[in-house]
Design a protein around this ligand. Structure first.
Ligand SMILES: [Zn+2]
Length: 342
């Protein structure tokens, strides 16, 4: 099969479009003919290499897959060859206390397709049967591939970790990012007021189309001042953080008394400080969030099929141009998902 493979870590130039063996499946697995694979910021980290994360090399990246079942293992009973599927990116043991409690993203063996396992930037990918999600027939393959990772992440952050309530104010950083564009829709769906930030007026206009009601241009405006103005000096109930060092101080300063800051990433750096007096006097909660559980993704897919949540596709590249797609994503000019068609 054709695949995107890197043999060592580095910049986009380490991504090669080359021949690779079709994966051999186990009894509980399926082989999927990939039709589209969406990129995530995670792909950039995996390609560049991270301290203490021994990505197996050579490696095929790509976590978000839509395609058709090409082959099923002997023990597979719930999907058929030829069926269209979207894949849940998270792979876990399925047997530990976290897994059987439906918290598979807390499994000690939890990984993602394209992370410690070969992923979907290829003509074929293998994965466990339990990762096959019903295909929303209203979507193209490129649209369907845009859903799983960012929507499960945003859902886990807002609904499960931050326990968002109707009528609350939510500050969503980076409206143009995959997580940001998903979080705006989820916040609006749950009856919260979404304040979106972005670096251009065009991106803020698109955030409005997704359901955001208040807007901050973080290049020309100071986030904490705008939040204070918009909320009558009260601050927001929830902040959706994934930017890290560059926005951390603004995010913390934007919280209301009793506010929750939930973070799933640190694209601009890991270092952050907090004034402990501010933390306890204002009774703030700092919440970490990582990916999401498969059951949450099942809820998301239902809302996608009914049109309540929509994929946001920015640009589509052919699989062979994966390196260009990485460069484009790295430049941060996109609004929504960058997708490879296979
Ligand atoms: Zn487990």
């Amino acid at each position: 099969m054709k695949a995107i493979v890197f043999h060592h870590h580095g910049g986009a130039e380490v991504l090669h479009y080359e021949d690779a063996p079709v994966p051999a499946i186990r009894a509980n697995e399926v082989l999927v003919r990939v039709r589209a694979c969406a990129l995530n910021h995670l792909d950039l980290w995996v390609r560049a290499g991270m301290p203490n994360v021994p990505i197996p090399l050579p490696h095929i990246p790509g976590s978000d897959v839509a395609g058709e079942i090409a082959e099923i293992g002997a023990g597979v009973t719930t999907v058929k060859v030829g069926q269209k599927v979207v894949l849940a990116p998270g792979v876990s043991c399925g047997k530990c206390a976290a897994c059987i409690a439906g918290q598979d993203n807390r499994c000690r063996q939890f990984s993602n397709l394209g992370y410690m396992l070969d992923g979907g930037c290829a003509e074929f990918v293998r994965c466990p049967e339990v990762n096959c999600l019903p295909y929303p027939e209203n979507l193209t393959f490129e649209e369907a591939a845009s859903i799983p990772l960012v929507f499960q992440t945003a859902w886990h952050m807002l609904i499960t970790r931050a326990q968002l309530q109707p009528g609350e104010d939510v500050l969503i950083l980076g409206a143009g990012s995959g997580v940001g564009s998903a979080a705006i829709q989820i916040a609006a769906l749950f009856g919260a007021r979404a304040i979106a930030t972005a670096g251009t007026g065009a991106k803020l206009e698109k955030a409005r189309d997704l359901g955001a009601t208040l807007f901050i241009n973080h290049k020309t405006q100071k986030i904490r001042d705008e939040v204070r103005r918009m909320t009558n000096k009260r601050g927001v109930d929830v902040v959706v953080e994934h930017v890290g060092t560059a926005t951390w101080d603004e995010s913390v300063a934007s919280l209301a008394v009793g506010g929750r800051l939930v973070t799933c990433g640190a694209t601009t750096g890991y270092d952050a400080k907090i004034d402990l007096r501010f933390l306890f006097i204002r009774q703030l909660s700092l919440l970490g969030s990582y990916m999401g559980a498969k059951s949450e993704l099942v809820s998301v897919m239902k809302l996608v099929a009914s049109g309540h949540l929509k994929p946001v596709v920015d640009r589509i590249f052919p699989l062979s141009a994966c390196a260009d797609a990485h460069r484009y994503l790295e430049a941060g000019e996109q609004f929504g998902k960058v997708v490879l068609t296979v």
